[in-house]
Design a protein around this ligand. Structure first.
Ligand SMILES: Nc1ncnc2c1ncn2[C@@H]1O[C@H](COP(=O)(O)OP(=O)(O)OP(=O)(O)O)[C@@H](O)[C@H]1O
Length: 822
């Protein structure tokens, strides 16, 4: 496979296999292919910029000289000392030639870096280095001769009529620029030798991601093409929209011309006036219809694209690892789905359409203006770059301020979201004032930036207004002068002014588009980084076992949360759970019990060691199948805003009978039947509010319905009322039967019945055995139980019983409320 070695945006040189440039010393990482590029601000680009300015300036100065007749005369009756037509043509030719030579020279020098002894290349490089100096030198000589002859004619030839001042300026500009270009070209050899130092190595891994020098993936701003690739499916709609746009822009371009004709016709006859007005009306109606079709097709394409993008993006987000959700806030992710996609929709469809429309409008208007009056157009062209450069420069500043403002507003939004989503806690602690103060502070910060934004935006509009209206006034004055001198009709001046306004408005709108595109670039970086992110824990293509007994084994498992890389949470955990056993995890808070359960669910993979199910490393099993075989009932289960029936059948497809059966087993059928809509009752904010015990029982039914081989339980510590607790406990006891169970135990009755109790303390197994064995050991477990008894409601006799260490101590834990909250 040939490797592309690109030497800048415009050139690329094919290299053969084995020609890979050497990778700098550093860590070993997977580099699939690599190429070099050059920085933007380098010798050739600076030279190109100068020659383009040279060409533009000479042509503009030539166009600005005098009226149409003067302009025509100096082409048709060309005289060497009376016209700068030759200078304008030479300046354009020089621009084109120097751009071509500089590109070829850079490409040749680049190739020479990798094949330094290629004599053909060396010869070509010498020729190009000579040519890049000869061209400006020849132009300089020409300019000096012409300048000298003009000066001579001015000083000593009688009857010589001086040229228009802008023509003299064109001649002087041509000489100065040629000299400057020659001076720069003298350094071409030195600059090309420096390419070796300047070139930047780009390297990519096998998935096509660019890596930095340390081998880490770089997230780059996607290019316009990549952005457009999002709208690939909408190409027919967009093409239709573009066609319609040609029609609507065409009508806008022709309209001012007809306007002028109406003014002129009004000075001639009523018939001509009627006829011209009718044509103008026809053009306007046609344009409006085309606009309608354009708007419809573009908006439709945008809507289709954004709907597809949102589905794809959500699909990507929802399949990410749990570790991803530890570091990305839900609010931010929802924001990407809602507003980033919207920004992209606008950029890829509406903004692109606007960009094309305004460009067409500007170009078309300029062509018509040039046909109407070249010298008036020249005056306009001289001021347009000043206005547009100011607009772009200042526009960027305003854009930065706007971004800052939006960031501050987003901070305030997060604050509000946090307070409102935890409104019960806020109310419980009378935290309304505190929440209000926090939100108020953030809003105040955004307001301060908002004030600066208002000032920047106001000044921006003022400055651009002064410049734009100044330009229009200048054109008006110059056009008025031409009308006054009889060189222009009032109708043509009217058309011209309307075109000027059209160009000014289009420029203004173009500069506002810049901000939209920048916003889209930001949004697309975030969206593409999500679309291209592959979860490290793959869900599919693993082994599916025909039978599962539920034998779980942890072998020296060590684990650190990716979001907290400096703290090792599990430090070498090993234990087994045999089929049908109930193993209780107990221990002080923060010890790592929930982490063990998360690892069994394969929310995360361990850093080292293995977790196996029936002797198979769970990493080798198909995660989708595997998760169907285990179920988790947590302390505070989350129910979705669906019907009760859909909540119970969330993890599988089940018949109504199966759902009812599961609900019966979970002691939930009775209370569900009491609702007016029974199993169809909606749960959540728009539906019924369920009590903690009811939620738990629905969660148990949800777990039971998939008939899991392995049941994971986090016992509720919240105080359910006695009746509810009894019902929940009964349901749990029922669910545990004939299953392998791992339970984070908070109840003494659970640990007492457990086949094995594992005490987890600071990421290690502190003790392991049955309840009775651990009580005998007089260690962490016993201390936990004693502490519980100290704060619990068990009487003094019971504590003495326990302290005596006798197995009879277990009897005291039959207290229904006696749990071992840790
Ligand atoms: N998603 C996470 N990201 C980073 N650190 C975490 C995460 N979840 C837990 N931890 C940290 O891991 C350690 C163990 O937490 P874990 O929840 O497993 O303990 P636990 O024994 O279940 O505690 P508790 O009984 O209070 O629920 C704690 O220090 C905790 O702060």
């Amino acid at each position: 496979m040939p490797h592309t070695i690109s030497s800048g945006n415009s050139q690329s040189i094919e290299r053969q296999e084995g020609d890979l440039p050497e990778v700098p010393d550093g860590p070993a990482y997977d580099v699939s292919y690599q190429y070099y590029s050059l920085p933007t601000w380098r010798f050739t680009n600076i030279l190109r910029l100068i020659v383009i300015l040279d060409g533009l300036l000479c042509v503009i100065l030539w166009l600005c000289g005098g009226d149409t007749k003067y302009f025509e005369d100096n082409i048709v009756h060309f005289q060497f000392t009376q016209s700068v037509f030759d200078i304008a043509i030479l300046a354009i030719a020089k621009t084109v030639i120097l751009i071509i030579i500089s590109a070829a020279m850079e490409e040749t020098s680049f190739k020479l870096l990798d094949t330094p002894f290629d004599s053909e290349l060396e010869k070509r490089a010498v020729q190009l280095h000579v040519a890049i100096k000869v061209v400006p030198l020849a132009c300089l000589a020409f300019g000096i001769v012409k300048g000298a002859l003009i000066l001579n004619a001015l000083l000593s030839v009688s009857g010589y009529k001086a040229m228009h001042a802008t023509y003299d300026a064109a001649c002087i500009a041509f000489i100065c620029f040629s000299l400057l270009e020659l001076l720069i070209a003298l350094f071409s050899g030195h600059a090309m030798r420096k390419l070796q130092l300047l070139r930047v190595l780009h390297q990519f891994n096998s998935t096509g991601q660019e890596l930095d020098e340390n081998g880490h993936a770089i997230h780059k701003n996607p290019g316009l093409l990549k952005l457009l690739s999002l709208a690939k499916g909408e190409i027919p709609l967009l093409l239709g929209g573009l066609l319609a746009m040609l029609g609507s822009s065409g009508s806008q371009i022709v309209a001012p011309l007809l306007f002028g004709k109406v003014v002129d016709a009004a000075n001639k006859s009523i018939d001509e006036l009627n006829e011209t007005v009718l044509i103008l009306l026809g053009v306007y109606v046609g344009g409006a219809l085309a606009s309608m079709v354009r708007a419809y097709l573009f908006v439709l394409a945008g809507q289709r694209m954004v709907a597809r993008l949102r589905k794809k993006l959500f699909g990507k987000i929802v399949t990410q690892d749990i570790a991803f959700f530890d570091v990305n806030r839900t609010g931010e992710l929802c924001n990407r789905l809602a507003s980033d996609t919207q920004v992209l929709q606008n950029a890829v469809t509406v903004n692109i359409s606007m960009l094309t429309r305004y460009m067409l409008q500007i170009l078309g208007s300029l062509v018509f203006m040039f046909i109407l009056n070249p010298s008036l157009t020249g005056v306009l062209l001289a001021v347009v770059p000043v206005v547009s450069l100011t607009a772009v420069k200042y526009g960027r500043f305003v854009q930065r301020k706007r971004k800052e403002f939006q960031d501050k507003l987003a901070d305030a939004g997060t604050q509000a979201e946090e307070a409102l989503s935890s409104i019960r806690t806020v109310r419980m602690f009378s935290g309304e004032k505190k929440a209000n103060d926090l939100y108020g502070k953030d809003i105040e910060k955004s307001y301060q930036v908002g004030k600066q934004l208002a000032l920047a935006q106001g000044t921006f509009e003022g400055v651009i207004g002064i410049l734009a209206y100044g330009a229009i006034t200048l054109v008006l004055w110059y056009g008025g002068k031409l009308v006054y001198e009889g060189n222009l009709s009032a109708g043509v001046l009217t058309s011209f002014l309307l075109y000027t306004l059209q160009v000014a408005i289009a420029f203004g709108l173009l500069s506002s588009l810049y901000g939209d595109f920048m916003q889209a670039v930001g949004a697309s970086v975030r969206i593409f980084s999500l679309l291209e992110r592959s979860p490290t824990i793959s869900s599919e293509n693993g082994k599916i076992l025909p039978n599962l007994n539920g034998y779980v084994e942890f072998k020296n498992v060590r684990f650190t949360y990716p979001s907290r890389p400096d703290v090792e949470v599990l430090k070498g955990i090993s234990f087994t759970v045999k089929p049908g056993e109930m193993v209780a995890l107990v221990g002080p808070s923060g010890g790592g019990k929930s982490t063990i359960v998360s690892l069994i669910e394969r929310f995360y993979d361990p850093d080292s060691g293995t977790i196996s199910l029936d002797g198979y490393d769970i990493k080798s099993l198909d995660a989708l199948w595997f998760r169907q075989k285990i179920a988790m009932v947590s302390q505070e289960p989350t129910l979705f805003a669906f019907s009760i029936q859909d909540n119970i059948a969330y993890g599988c497809c089940a018949t109504d009978e199966e759902i009812t059966e599961a609900a019966c087993q979970a002691n939930a059928h009775e209370f569900i039947s009491q609702f007016k809509d029974g199993y169809k009752t909606l749960v959540g904010e728009r539906g019924v509010r369920l009590s903690g015990g009811q939620k738990q029982r629905i969660a148990i039914a949800r777990a039971l319905i998939i008939n899991p081989v392995l049941l994971l339980l986090d016992e509720a510590t919240s105080a359910l009322d006695a009746e509810s607790e009894h019902l929940v406990q009964e349901a749990i006891d029922h669910a545990m039967k004939h299953r392998t169970v791992v339970v984070i135990a908070h109840r003494l009755s659970t640990v007492r019945n457990a086949s094995k109790v594992i005490v987890i303390d600071k990421g290690t197994i502190a003790e392991m055995g049955t309840h009775d064995e651990l009580i005998q050991q007089n260690g962490v477990y016993k201390r936990l139980i004693l502490r519980q008894l100290t704060v619990g409601s068990v009487d003094e006799t019971s504590r003495k019983n326990l302290n005596s260490g006798g197995s009879g101590a277990t009897e005291v834990f039959q207290e229904p409320k006696g749990n071992i909250q840790t």
